[in-house]
Design a protein around this ligand. Structure first.
Ligand SMILES: [Zn+2]
Length: 704
């Protein structure tokens, strides 16, 4: 064992040092905190986790359904029984459900394609009577016919390839495989190119037997499994499509669905590869280039157009439906008005065994443990809340409405938001703002996992990419309820999960088979991974809630800003507009953040090693540390919902985050005016952050 420590070198030494004093704690308060966290860890139970999970995956429960009301009632009563205070928040939002979805191969031969998923003997709930056909939420209604063109992943570059090969897509029906971007990007691109409808399917090359054994039995997607989902164009704004920026309360002003910018204008459907095979085998025309070729057996991929023709009939039943967020609170003892919020969603396309059942069960178990700890009179210093959002699957609606509804209060009180959508057996997957990286490392060191710690697993992953590297948080793009907290509110945000080989796209993702059976056999047999996750979430929540000095570190944020700025400057050079942009100044500002951040980190460490900050300063300093992220928010941009100037989503990836997202977007569109305007916002934001950190340092040094 000893040689492993030598291998870890500096990391191991730092590890030993850090654990004698937690980040944000004095040596004395570390001892007390360790006792609290160890008690929490002892109370976490796999049996309880399994028991809490079962009712969450018993019945299909998409947002707005009877099954969903049942889950809401269950969450509410379970959380009350744990001794926590529970609030429900209701909204009226525009949801989307199918009246009729039909796809018919009309030529050369006629065949009606199957849009439902068959019951499987190995997966008992798959015969549940409330299961319906697969559909894509927010698809336009319509009855369209046309020749089929196969467009690979359906991204702009794929359309460039089609054009280069002389394939005209106007008025055609696009057959597009899942992968590499959100489905809405595929729909929007097809719509913009003049296509009449989109048929999405999951190719086994990306998500199926080519990768490994399919369900039942294995992790991957089977021949008859299709991927539901929403096709909302969420890069305009997240949440309810009719009430951008404000809570969808009964009296809120609403957009007209006919012109609401996030709603697609053409019909979209999803099918399995088993059904897509009938279309693919009937396609002729131009031979597909190698990059377009998938792995559906027996198919020589061709682009079309035709001779395959398809009729797509979609009749949607869209309208205002009630949704409900459930929020449980354990009030803090000394600072009840400062809050650590953990959340995930409770709605599911079908059973939500994994997505979100594993995540919700983990949050429920944590709530149970906190409730039990509080029974003897113990309280955290600050308030801890656990939230269960509705209608995430329709595009982060519940969490967004919450963020919009309580915007000012959340910006004032929320010190960190931690999202857990789902988990499964696999690797530690942590994302978030760079100021929380050192904190997550510190916490991960004290949570045991597989003979080591969550940190040792995580560090081993990072070291595979770059030997000796300290793990980093991935930038959060999109795909889960962290988005409104990070991008709309500017609250320091984390996403904490464990994920398998295909990440969020595990084999039964958004199918009828995302079931309890899949969880018990594949995702987390025995709920052992869940126990590790609950301990991690518990340690994050408690340590943040009890810290003497909030454990934010800005030196690393500065490093990430420098790296992100270097990437942006490279992209500018690629577009030959670096001459007109103040590149030197932007790089200098990023360095100024690093310098100020590092000085602040060190000053804080010194104070804590010597016994801490004077009580009179502590609240002011902590508020400044928690609100530093908000200096990067600016509502004056082209997009008033995505207010974060630094953090955001690269939509031409699946869910990846990208630093300076609006600047990159303007560059991609070679919109020089928009780029220059964005440059000014970036410059102002970095200047605000640097000044904020310098002023905070002056306060700390001015006599703590
Ligand atoms: Zn989910």
């Amino acid at each position: 064992m000893r040689y492993r420590w030598v291998l870890w070198g500096a990391l191991a030494a730092a590890n030993a040092g850090a654990q004698s004093r937690y980040l944000g704690y004095t040596p004395a308060s570390t001892v007390a905190e360790r006792t609290v966290e160890q008690r929490m860890q002892r109370l976490v139970s796999a049996r309880s986790l399994s028991r809490l999970h079962a009712p969450l995956a018993a019945r299909p429960h998409p947002a707005g359904s009877a099954g969903s009301r049942q889950v809401i009632t269950y969450l509410d009563s379970a959380l009350r029984s744990f001794g926590l205070t529970v609030e429900r928040h209701d909204y009226q939002v525009h949801l989307s459900a199918p009246r009729r979805v039909q796809v018919t191969l009309t030529g050369p031969a006629t065949r009606e394609l199957v849009l439902s998923e068959p019951p499987l003997a190995e997966d008992p709930t798959s015969s549940h009577p409330e299961l319906g056909p697969g559909y894509i939420a927010y698809s336009a209604s319509g009855d369209v016919r046309g020749e089929v063109v196969y467009a690979n992943y359906g991204l702009p570059a794929d359309y460039d390839t089609l054009r280069a090969r002389g394939v005209d897509v106007t008025g055609r029906i696009m057959l597009v495989r899942y992968g590499r971007s959100h489905r809405a990007v595929k729909v929007h691109t097809a719509q913009g190119a003049g296509a009449r409808a989109v048929v999405l399917y999951s190719d086994p090359a990306d998500d199926g037997f080519v990768k490994g054994v399919a369900w039942p039995g294995g992790y991957w997607r089977g021949e008859e499994m299709l991927q539901r989902g929403n096709a909302k164009l969420s890069w305009y704004f997240h949440g309810d499509p009719l009430t951008p920026g404000v809570a969808a309360r009964g009296d809120a002003p609403r957009l007209d669905p006919a012109t609401a910018p996030t709603l697609p204008r053409i019909p979209v459907v999803a099918i399995s590869w088993g059904e897509a095979r009938h279309i693919l085998s009937a396609l002729g025309g131009v031979e597909a280039p190698a990059l377009f070729a998938g792995r559906v057996p027996g198919v020589a991929y061709r682009l079309g157009p035709g001779p395959a023709t398809v009729r797509v009939q979609v009749q949607m039943d869209d309208g205002l439906r009630p949704i409900t967020n459930v929020v449980a609170t354990l009030r803090g003892r000394t600072e009840p008005d400062r809050v650590v919020l953990l959340g995930g969603h409770h709605d599911a396309w079908t059973f939500g065994g994994v997505d979100p059942g594993t995540g919700s069960a983990a949050l429920l178990e944590l709530a149970r443990v906190l409730g039990q700890m509080a029974r003897g009179g113990w309280r955290p210093q600050r308030t801890i809340q656990v939230a269960f959002w509705d209608a995430e699957e329709f595009g982060l609606i519940g969490s967004t409405e919450h963020a919009e509804h309580f915007r000012d209060q959340l910006r004032e009180q929320l010190i960190t938001y931690v999202n857990t959508d789902m988990y499964m057996r696999g690797r530690f997957d942590a994302g978030g703002v760079p100021s929380l990286r050192d904190f997550v490392v510190d916490v991960a060191r004290s949570v045991p996992a597989r003979g080591g710690s969550v940190f040792s697993d995580w560090a081993a992953q990072a070291a595979r990419a770059r030997p000796g590297a300290i793990p980093e948080l991935k930038a959060l793009g999109s795909g889960a309820d962290f988005v409104p907290f990070q991008d709309f509110l500017g609250v320091p945000t984390l996403s904490i999960e464990f994920i398998g080989a295909n990440g969020y796209g595990f084999g039964t993702y958004h199918t009828n088979y995302d079931s309890r059976a899949y969880v018990e056999q594949v995702a987390d047999p025995g709920f052992q991974q869940g126990v590790i996750l609950v301990k991690t979430l518990g340690a994050l929540a408690l340590r943040m809630a009890n810290a003497e000095v909030l454990p934010f570190r800005f030196g690393h944020y500065g490093e990430k800003l420098e790296a992100g700025m270097a990437t942006l400057v490279d992209a500018m050079r690629g577009r030959s507009i670096s001459d007109t942009a103040p590149t030197a100044e932007l790089l200098r500002l990023a360095s100024r953040v690093r310098t100020a951040g590092t000085a602040l980190d060190q000053a804080m460490d010194r104070r804590l090693a010597q016994g801490g900050l004077r009580a009179a300063r502590r609240r002011l300093v902590n508020d400044r540390l928690a609100k530093a992220e908000q200096t990067l928010i600016d509502a004056s941009g082209e997009n008033t919902w995505y207010q974060h100037v630094v953090q955001g989503w690269n939509i031409y990836s699946l869910y990846d985050g990208q630093l300076f997202p609006a600047a990159h977007k303007a560059l991609r569109g070679t919109d020089v005016a928009a780029f220059m305007a964005e440059t000014m916002r970036v410059r102002a934001a970095l200047d605000r952050l640097a000044r904020w950190l310098e002023e905070t340092l002056a306060i700390v040094n001015g006599g703590a």
